[in-house]
Ligand binder design. Structure first.
Ligand code: ASP
Length: 318
């Protein structure tokens, strides 16, 4: 029997200790710990990596500190359009949704697409129709309204820019409080006792995004990928660059075709290839042997990991 392992992220970006308050830091750490515990309790009792990934991401989606589910950023028209995907490394089955509104837990809807439709990716109105059909829980606008996200939208509109969650163009009030530029997407990768890998990612995308913009988080191979023969990956960062670099699948390919280790593959993709095209961000990676790598080319990344019989690791800064 294998040992289980899992890792999560809550977004990458300019996250500096010098501007973080002890209270905020504690809140983020608690949020990450709760998500690890949710996933680990499933793995510990022999449950699947796939279930663990969904469960950890639900915790993060329900936490307004992170840009997914409650806490998702506003679009240009003042709505929340969320993207998510999930993949099973055992059989390469996957499900994803993009541009859904009002759905409480987009990751579970992505799972439903995989399990209850013959498709992989559903978008917009079609995805919402499907959500109703499978009785996915919905929440009203009030649930998704977070003042900070609203302030971010007003600021982005003023400068007519699109903001990647908390960018340096954010309101001063926000920067004073948080002192950071970050991509608050969430994700999880897990390895279960049966040796199966899984990965999932969920996001609100970018503040002030328009015209049905879809990021990497719902694109299998870009923001999410899992394959028992190689690795499980979940990304966070500037989605357009992650799509163009096919980040998650590229790491898997470097392992499969070039026989590189997980760490070698991650270093090439995150620290070299992405940097060369200006793709700021990071990812969480786990291989079939239980090795974990958490690389990022930004100042920080909210991250945590746990291996069977080892202490939990929680990191924020470089
Ligand atoms: N990758 C996400 C997107 O582009 C943003 C993020 O990671 O926060 O939609």
């Amino acid at each position: 029997m294998n040992n289980y392992a899992l890792a999560i992220h809550g977004g990458a970006g300019t996250i500096l200790q010098s501007t973080m308050t002890p209270e905020k830091e504690l809140a983020y750490k608690n949020g990450l710990q709760d998500a690890i515990e949710a996933g680990e309790s499933i793995l510990k009792s022999g449950g699947s990596a796939f279930d663990a990934v969904e469960s950890a991401i639900i915790q993060l989606e329900n936490n307004p500190l992170f840009n997914a589910g409650k806490g998702a950023v506003f679009t240009n028209t003042g709505t929340h359009e969320m993207d998510a995907s999930i993949m099973n490394g055992k059989d390469l089955m996957a499900g994803a949704i993009a541009g859904v509104q009002g759905v409480k837990n987009p990751i579970s809807l992505a799972r439903a697409v995989m399990e209850k439709s013959e498709h992989v990716l559903l978008t917009g109105n079609g995805a919402m129709e499907f959500a109703k059909k499978v009785n996915a829980p919905f929440e009203n606008e009030e649930y998704f309204f977070v003042q900070l996200r609203y302030d971010q939208l007003q600021q982005a509109k003023q400068s007519n820019s699109m903001i990647l969650d908390h960018t340096e163009d954010n309101p001063d009030s926000y920067r004073e409080e948080h002192g950071e530029k970050k991509f608050g997407t969430v994700g999880c990768v897990a390895l279960d006792l049966q040796g199966n890998l899984a990965a999932g990612t969920s996001t609100g995308g970018m503040t002030n995004k328009k015209f049905g913009r879809v990021g990497d988080s719902s694109i299998i191979g870009a923001g999410t990928y899992a394959n028992n023969n190689t690795c499980a990956i979940s990304c966070t960062g500037h989605g357009e660059l992650f799509i163009r670099s096919v980040v998650a699948y590229d790491i898997s390919c470097l392992m499969e075709y070039k026989n590189l280790s997980l760490k070698e593959a991650c270093d090439i993709v995150v620290m070299d290839k992405l940097v060369k095209i200006g793709g700021e961000g990071g990812l969480i990676a786990l291989d079939a042997k239980g090795n974990i790598v958490l690389p990022f080319n930004s100042d920080g990344m909210y991250r945590a990991s746990k291996k069977q019989n080892e202490e939990i690791f929680i990191g924020i800064y470089k």
